[in-house]
Write a protein that binds this ligand. Structure first.
Ligand code: ADP
Ligand code: MG
Length: 728
C-alpha cells in the first residue's frame, strides 16, 4: 500500500505534465472584456431598454435616492426581469443573501407555475421579486429569533443589479437581497451596510453644504484587493485539514520557504494564468470590474483586485469574486484557498480594503484637489477620518477579528493588532503645521493662512511604501489593510462608515455653529482643525508597525492592542459603541448583542473543528506512520545486534522516535480533553478555546511536525509543504 501523501504527488505531477502538454492546443480564445462586460446582469442599460419610462424612472429614484418601490412598479420590473432572464435561458431564480455566518446563501425557486390546463407557465410577480421567505431557522440569529418565529424575509436590494448564474445544466436569475427577521431585525450583513452608507451620506452632505456644494448624496466607495493561494487539487484532496478547516493543521517547514522572495510579481505559471483569465471573463459577464492580478509574496499566492465601486455593490461583487475563484479552480485541477493562514511559516492572505467617499457629482472627497477651496475641504474630511479611527479603533479592530485572522495580525507579515494610521511624511507635516496654528512653512504652502496657495501634489503611491500599516492613506483613499482574505468586507465597511459618520457629525456641528456666528467656512475650519488634530494625532504612525518599539510606543500613547478575537469581540457591545450604532440607526442593541454572540459561536466552532481534526490526524495519520517507521528502525537495531554490531545511532533514533510517539499520544489526549470541556456561555467557551485549546493545538503540532521531519517520504501519509507550495 502506498500512502496517500506520495500518491497525491504522483497524481499532481501527472496532471501538471498533461496540462502542459495539451493546454496550448486546447486553448480557446476568451471573448474580449468590452464585449462581455455586464452581459449577464440586469443593469442600468438593460433596465432602460426594457422598462416603461415611468417604471425606469421610479427604479432610478429608488437606486439613487433610496425612495421606496411601489408594488405596482415592482410588478412591472419583475415582469421585465423575468422576460429578460427567460430569454437568457434561466429556469430558476434565487434570492441571494449574506447571513451572519460569513458565506452567502441562496434558495432556488423555479419560474414555473402549473396552469389550469395542466401545462406550466413561467411566472414571477413583484411580490416574489421584492420579498422571499427562505426557511431561516438554520441561519444564526444570535437568539433574536426563536423557532416559532423562524421565518426571515429576503428583500431585493435595487442598488445591486441582479445577474445570471450560468452553470453547465441550467441558468439561474440571482437577486441580491437583504435578510431580516419578521420583527424587522437585520439577520445579514447587507442591511446594516446600506443603513451605514445612508447615515454617512447625511452627515457628509452637511459639510459639503457648508462648502457650497450642490451634491445631494455621498457614497462610500471601495475596492478590495483579494489574496489567495492555489495548489494542485490532488494535494488538497489528500489533506483532511484543508478540506474541512481550510488550512493545514500540521506541516513541517519546507527547506525553501519564501525567503528568496522570487515569487513576488514574478511570472505567473501557465495553468494559473489560464485560470485567472477564465475567472476574469466570468466576473466581467456578471459586471464585476476586476482589473489587476499578480503573484504575491508567498509561494503559490496570488492577488486579484477590482476597480472601485459603491461599497454595497463592491461588497456583493467581492463575495461573487470569492465564489468564482473557488468554483472555477477545480476545472484547472487546482484548489483555491481563501483562508487567512493556510500554511504556517509563509505569509498569510489578507484583503486590502481601499475606502473613500464620493459625492453624487462624482468628486472623491479624499482627493486633495487642485484649488485652495478643494484642499481645505479635503483636509476636513481627512481629519474627520483620522478622528474616527482614533476614537473607534476598538470597533475597527473588532470588525476584522476572526480565528483565522488571529494567525496573521501581529505575526510580522500582516499589520499588528494595534490600529494606527499612516499619513505619509508630507501630510503628517501639513497636519503638524495646522496644529501649530496655521500652515506657514513653505514646505506645505501655507494653505490655511493665505487661502491662495494649494497643497503640494501628494504622490499617489506615497502610502504603499509602508506596507506594515493597518490603515494607510494612499494619495486619494484610505487602505484598511488588516482585513482578512476570508471575510466579507461588509463588517469593516460598516465599522468604518459608522465611525466616520459620528466624526463627520461632530465636525459638521462645530462648523455649522461657527458659520452661524458669522465666521467664513475657511475661518471656521482654521479654528477647528488644530483641535481635532491635537486630540487625535496619537493614532498617526508612519514608522515600522512590525517593530517591537512600536508596541511599547503604542502602549505609551494609550492605543489598544487587542491581540486576539476573544479580546476584540466585546468592543461591539461597549455602551458607547451601542450608542453610536443606535444614534445613526445602523444596528440596535439587540442586533449588536446577537452579532457578538454569533461571532463567539463562530470562533468556538472554528477551533472545535480544527481541534477535532488535529486529534484525527494525529491518531489516524501521524501516529501510524510514526509507529511504522519505529518498527523499521527497531528491526534495523535488532539486525545490527544479531550481527554482533553496536547500533549506537540507530538506537538513538529509535529512542527519539519513541519519545515523540509518547509525546504525540499525551498531547493528543490533552487536546481531546480540552475539547471536551464546555462552558456555560459562548463567551466563556471562546475564552476556554483561546486559553486551553489553542495552546494544546500548538503543542501537538510541534510534535507532529517533529515526527514529519524524521519519517521517510514513502511512509508519510500527507502531502508536504514542499510539494503543495512548489509543485505547480
Ligand atoms: P495602490 O497602488 O495604492 O494600491 P491602485 O490605484 O492600484 O492603488 O488601487 C488599489 C485599489 O484601490 C483598487 O481596487 C482601486 O480600485 C481602489 N481605489 C482606487 N481609488 C479608490 C477610491 N476613490 N475609493 C475606493 N477605492 C479606490
Ligand atoms: Mg494597494
Amino acid at each position: 500500500m502506498r500512502p496517500m501523501g506520495s500518491s497525491a504527488l504522483q497524481e499532481a505531477s501527472k496532471s501538471i505534465i498533461e496540462w502542459g502538454r495539451t493546454a496550448g492546443r486546447s486553448a480557446t480564445a476568451l471573448p474580449r472584456a468590452t464585449e462581455i462586460f455586464g452581459s449577464l446582469t440586469f443593469n442600468d442599460q438593460v433596465q432602460r431598454q426594457r422598462l416603461p419610462r415611468d417604471a425606469y424612472k421610479a427604479l432610478r429614484l429608488t437606486i439613487t435616492q433610496g425612495a421606496p418601490l411601489e408594488p405596482s412598479v415592482a410588478d412591472v420590473i419583475a415582469a421585465a426581469m423575468k422576460d429578460w432572464a427567460l430569454e437568457h435561458g434561466a429556469t430558476h431564480y434565487t434570492h441571494w443573501f449574506q447571513p451572519l455566518t460569513g458565506i452567502t446563501a441562496e434558495k432556488h425557486d423555479s419560474f414555473l407555475s402549473p396552469a389550469a390546463d395542466g401545462r406550466a407557465v413561467a411566472e414571477f410577480r413583484g411580490k416574489e421579486l421584492i420579498q422571499g421567505e427562505p426557511d431561516a431557522s438554520s441561519f444564526p440569529s444570535g437568539g433574536m429569533r426563536s423557532t416559532f418565529e423562524a421565518r426571515g424575509y429576503t428583500a431585493w436590494d435595487p442598488t445591486s443589479a441582479p445577474w445570471l448564474l450560468v452553470t453547465q445544466n441550467g441558468t439561474t436569475l440571482v437577486i441580491p437581497t437583504a435578510f431580516v427577521s419578521w420583527t424587522g431585525e437585520s439577520l445579514d450583513k447587507k442591511t446594516p451596510l446600506l443603513r451605514s452608507m445612508e447615515s454617512l451620506s447625511k452627515q457628509a452632505i452637511r459639510i459639503l453644504k457648508l462648502f457650497g456644494s450642490d451634491a445631494d448624496r455621498v457614497y462610500t466607495t471601495c475596492g478590495p484587493e483579494q489574496e489567495y493561494f492555489l495548489i494542485d487539487r490532488h494535494f488538497y484532496f489528500a489533506r483532511p485539514d484543508l478540506i474541512n478547516a481550510g488550512r493545514t493543521l500540521f506541516g513541517a517547514r519546507p527547506p525553501k520557504g519564501q525567503e528568496l522572495e522570487d515569487q513576488y510579481f514574478g511570472s505567473i505559471p501557465d495553468r494559473v494564468l489560464a485560470f485567472m483569465h477564465e475567472v476574469e471573463a466570468e466576473l466581467y459577464k456578471v459586471g464585476v470590474p476586476v482589473k489587476t492580478r499578480h503573484n504575491e509574496v508567498a509561494p503559490s499566492q496570488y492577488e486579484v483586485a477590482p476597480i472601485f465601486e459603491n461599497a454595497n455593490v463592491a461588497t456583493d461583487h467581492q463575495m461573487m469574486t470569492m465564489e468564482t475563484l473557488r468554483r472555477l479552480a477545480p476545472k484547472y485541477g487546482l484548489a483555491c484557498l481563501l483562508h487567512e493562514k493556510p500554511f504556517a511559516g509563509v505569509n498569510g492572505s489578507g484583503k486590502h480594503l481601499n475606502w473613500s467617499m464620493s459625492d453624487s457629482l462624482g468628486n472623491n472627497l479624499l482627493n486633495p484637489g487642485d484649488t485652495p477651496h478643494d484642499n481645505i475641504q479635503f483636509l476636513v474630511f481627512c481629519a474627520a477620518v483620522l478622528r474616527a479611527v482614533n476614537k473607534w479603533q476598538g470597533l475597527l479592530r473588532m470588525s476584522i477579528a476572526s480565528a483565522g485572522n488571529d494567525h496573521r495580525l501581529g505575526a510580522n507579515e500582516a499589520p499588528p493588532a494595534i490600529i494606527s494610521v499612516f499619513l505619509g511624511d508630507m501630510l503628517t507635516d501639513i497636519f503638524e503645521q495646522i496644529e501649530k496654528g496655521g500652515a506657514k512653512s513653505t514646505k506645505s504652502g501655507g494653505i490655511l493662512d493665505t487661502g491662495v496657495s494649494v497643497l503640494p501634489k501628494l504622490p499617489r503611491d506615497a502610502g504603499d511604501r509602508n506596507r506594515t500599516s493597518p490603515f494607510a492613506f494612499t494619495g486619494n483613499k484610505f487602505e484598511f489593510r488588516a482585513v482578512s482574505s476570508n471575510q466579507s468586507i461588509a463588517m469593516p465597511n460598516i465599522a468604518l462608515n459608522v465611525a466616520v459618520t459620528e466624526s463627520l457629525d461632530y465636525v459638521a456641528t462645530e462648523l455649522e455653529q461657527a458659520v452661524a456666528k458669522g465666521k467664513t467656512i475657511e475661518a471656521a475650519v482654521k479654528a477647528l482643525l488644530p483641535k481635532v488634530i491635537a486630540e487625535n494625532k496619537r493614532i498617526v504612525f508612519n514608522g515600522n508597525n512590525y517593530a517591537e518599539e512600536w508596541r511599547k510606543e503604542a502602549a505609551k500613547r494609550g492605543l489598544l492592542n487587542l491581540t486576539n478575537t476573544v479580546d476584540a469581540l466585546p468592543q461591539l457591545v461597549k455602551p458607547e459603541t451601542v450608542k453610536l450604532f443606535e444614534t445613526y440607526k445602523v444596528l440596535n442593541s439587540r442586533e449588536l448583542h446577537a452579532r457578538t454572540e454569533i461571532n463567539y459561536e463562530i470562533y468556538v466552532k472554528t477551533l472545535n473543528v480544527e481541534g477535532q481534526l488535529m486529534v484525527l490526524l494525529a491518531n489516524r495519520y501521524i501516529l501510524p506512520a510514526a509507529l511504522r517507521y519505529q518498527t523499521v528502525v527497531g528491526q534495523a537495531v535488532a539486525a545490527l545486534k544479531a550481527g554482533g554490531g553496536t547500533p549506537r545511532e540507530s538506537k538513538k533514533l529509535l529512542a527519539q522516535l519513541s519519545r515523540l510517539v509518547d509525546d504525540l499520544r499525551t498531547r493528543t489526549d490533552k487536546l481531546a480533553k480540552a475539547l471536551d470541556d464546555h462552558a456555560a456561555s459562548a463567551e466563556k467557551h471562546a475564552k476556554h478555546m483561546r486559553d486551553a485549546v489553542v495552546p494544546a493545538m500548538n503543542a501537538l503540532r510541534e510534535t507532529g511536525d517533529a515526527i514529519e521531519s524524521l519519517v521517510p517520504h514513502e511512509l508519510w501519509p500527507l502531502p508536504t509543504y514542499r510539494e503543495m507550495l512548489f509543485v505547480k
